[in-house]
Design a protein around this ligand. Sequence first.
Ligand SMILES: *Cc1c(COP(=O)(O)O)cnc(C)c1O
Length: 466
Amino acid sequence: MDTQERLRRLPKVDDLLRHPTVAALLEEYPRPLVLDALREAIDVWRARLLSDAGIEYDESGLLTDATSRVALKSQRSLRRVINATGIIVHTNLGRSILSERATAAVAEVAGSYSTLEYDVVTGERGSRHTHCEELLCKITGAEAAMAVNNNAAAVMLALAALARGKEAIVSRGQLVEIGGSFRIPDIMRESGATMVEVGTTNKTHLADYEGALTERTGVILKVHSSNFRVVGFTQEVGLDELVLLGAAHGVPVFEDQGSGVLVDVRQWGLPHEPTVAESIAAGADLVSCSGDKLLGGPQAGILVGREHVIRRLKKHPMARALRLDKLTLAALEVTLRTYIDPEAALAEIPVLRMLSASKDEIGVRAAALAERIAERVGDRAILDIADDVSRAGGGALPLADIPSVVVRIKPNGVSAVELERRMRRAEPPVVARIKDDRVLLDPRTLSVADESGIVDRVASVLLGAG
Ligand SMILES: *Cc1c(COP(=O)(O)O)cnc(C)c1O
């Protein structure tokens, strides 16, 4: 049979619509998606028939292809995954996950009218700033506070409000890039502030700042080196010294703290990470941090500091462009409320729970998880547990190895790479690490429900894989 003849056997979309399989798809999925899937499947078959003279058109093959295509098209793009990497604030997997109470508050405010900008006591218009300001002040000891879309926005707003058309002094050791497009020099330029670099990459002295102060100085900026450390022959000027210098010259000192730690992480054996309250106590006029790094809340940029400084920020025209939406505000308020009781914060905020879990605790969970998987998969894999490290992630505590225990799976019949790939393509996807030809699962970032999901997933991949 010649190629033209073979191609003529390919159906038109209209012909396929009468097929019972397609009728069933139309019951379940929107018509435009079914039509797209059929067209794509026909195109694939046309290309196949053209490229290989040995192939004959097969209707059931085409319909199977179209069915999987329409299922894929209907799948939500942004959806849940199981994070078995042990990286707590995993930037690509959505950074922090919210507490149950915060999640419930988001759902409530999303599906109802709310007190977003309405004061139920007076019956008059309220301000969206009120929901978090008092809480932030209580937790950090600051005079005033506000929250915007993310910490990049917070830094942008602060520089624009304090130093547009003026100079901002910053140490050369702190001209950092955080995750691609956030670079201090670029943000500085976009904010309209003129950057005045002082010191060197490894050492900056108080005299360097002092020598750079002029009547055009709008702010002294200190950036927390969150995702890297300069080690060896180094010197940075402490916040307390900068505060004295700023006060003597009437220049506000602004610290971009990055991670947003509200509790002392040394209690869990981690290296000291200054808390926002410590920076306020040291006298910083303004401190910014992220809401979804170690704070454990939603994506947000938190700004706390002196009343007159926050007032300038709130009044700045850019504040409106960078303002938080109600869903984020709901999550942030509940997360901050949880911090009022430190024990509740530790019990309820997932990031803190994961960060504080001891190696022994993780070890017990790892052993139980390994046993559950081994029971299901039998000789299809060799399972054991081993010491490893978890990470804070999100650029926080970059040098901190958090001792952990992982489940190691060495599959029989398929490679570790293939097992990892199939787990990742399952529903929900499981994201895991590979090391020494084994798939590693770190229980630190898993919920109890996640663990059951993983057992089922690994079992179905390995038992189905032959
Ligand atoms: C993460 C980080 C930022 C950016 O914060 P986002 O919340 O991601 O916008 C800015 N500065 C520092 C020091 C950071 O660590």
